[in-house]
Write a protein that binds this ligand. Structure first.
Ligand code: ASP
Length: 412
């Protein structure tokens, strides 16, 4: 059976168990079952995922920036495409946060706070900025201080690109580390169905059916945000920079969007994305071949939007009041997290850990939305890929490198 289906069944089984046991949650039997079986299974799964976050963020960000190091060579185009990518990503996060504040999907249920978590007051903004620079990067890695790790990783990537050949062995090390961590992610995901079942069962046992309403609202808000972003931001880019109506652009991008939706992986969709860019949108190869793989690696508006929604949603569930400064921190850290997210299923959820930590929220909260991740992953991945194509079209047109066929070629 496909992993996605197994996770879905895990979710359903977990919900059923949760609903059955919710009414008898005070009995000694259920309490013991939760303490000695259900909780540890869920906890073990989350710990295994957390184990991968620090090395994965380090390796993928170093690689991402090292490949961006070529920016000088491709200076103008690189600068333009990165501006488009970053601005659209930041808009996506702000949109996600705003919608979640308006719709308050997390206020339908009360999740008991984890014992260890005490809401932290946000430090003054200057301190936050200064503290982004690690005094000792190894200490930052050991403590899992995400912002410091990101700053260090970006600088190492820039350094590797600047040094060139002599730094090649180091680059290889990070490539190896990245590959191994991604493989381990796949491995850990094999036990995801059990982890997901245990996590959702525990939550439903403790909170009751109300949590399901909240989760449904969460999915609704994510998809609403994705659609608004598509219509307003990509529609606007298509119209004003691409000389194309939104509908026409969607028709031409639809093969990539559908593959992205069904695979939940922008990396796996890349061949189709390249095809749509070149054949359907008529973007010259030299531009698309540079900006689309770059976009598949660093530009993830859908993921960023989802991360914005998730942080505010989980804060609402846990009864944490996020200050304005903390929301700004979320915009910055989710931008960076989405850049560091690998284009594979579920990666955005793993990187969410880093966004939560940036505002002092418990990473274990991810367990609450883990079971439904695939449902939102499909939508956000489709949007990630559409964003790459829309921005590439805009930049290519400004370079006069678009020769759009009047009719969409039929063959894929
Ligand atoms: N699945 C997404 C992608 O490949 C990444 C994510 O999990 O958000 O684009």
């Amino acid at each position: 059976m496909k992993l996605a289906n197994r996770i879905l069944y895990g979710l359903i089984v977990g919900i059923i168990i949760g609903l059955l046991l919710h009414t008898v949650r005070e009995t000694a039997f259920v309490k013991n079952l939760v303490t000695y079986f259900i909780s540890p299974v869920g906890e073990a799964f989350i710990r295994a995922i957390r184990m991968l976050v620090v090395p994965l963020v380090l390796a993928s960000l170093v690689l991402g920036t090292a490949s961006l190091g070529d920016l000088r060579k491709v200076g103008r185009i690189g600068g333009k495409i990165m501006s488009f990518y970053l601005v659209t990503t930041a808009i996506a996060i702000i949109l996600g946060i705003t919608l979640t504040v308006i719709f308050q999907p997390g206020l339908h249920a009360d999740v008991p706070r984890e014992g260890e978590f005490v809401g932290r007051a946000a430090p003054p903004i200057m301190t936050t900025i200064l503290e982004m620079i690690p005094i000792n990067p190894f200490d930052a890695l050991a403590r899992g201080a995400m912002l410091q790790i990101i700053v260090f990783a970006v600088l190492v990537g820039v350094g590797i690109a600047a040094v060139g050949d002599p730094a090649k062995p180091l680059l290889n090390v990070f490539e190896g580390l990245n590959g191994v961590m991604l493989r381990l992610t796949t491995l850990v995901m094999q036990v995801a169905p059990y982890g997901v079942a245990a996590l959702i069962a525990r939550t439903v046992i403790q909170v009751g059916p109300a949590i399901l309403v909240s989760l449904a609202m969460f999915i609704f808000v994510v998809y609403l945000g994705l659609i608004i972003h598509l219509v307003v931001v990509y529609g606007g880019i298509a119209k004003f920079f691409g000389g194309l109506s939104l509908i026409e652009m969607l028709k031409r991008c639809s093969p990539a969007m559908l593959v992205a939706f069904s695979t939940a992986s922008s990396a796996a969709t890349l061949p189709v994305t390249l095809h749509c860019g070149e054949k359907n949108l008529g973007i010259k190869k030299e531009i698309g071949a540079f900006t689309l793989p770059l976009g598949a690696t660093v530009n993830m508006d859908g993921t960023a939007l989802y991360q914005g929604v998730s942080v505010v949603f989980l804060a609402q569930l846990l009864g944490v009041d996020l200050t304005f400064n903390q929301m700004l921190t979320v915009v910055v850290s989710a931008t960076l997290a989405s850049i560091g997210t690998a284009g594979v299923p579920g990666a955005g959820m793993i990187m969410l850990a880093m966004v939560l930590e940036s505002v002092g929220m418990p990473v274990t909260a991810i367990g609450i939305i883990m079971g439904i991740d695939r449902i939102v992953d499909m939508g956000r991945t489709a949007m990630n890929v559409t964003g790459d194509l829309a921005c590439t079209l805009a930049v290519a047109r400004s370079e006069k490198a678009v020769d759009m066929p009047a009719k969409i070629p039929t063959a894929l």
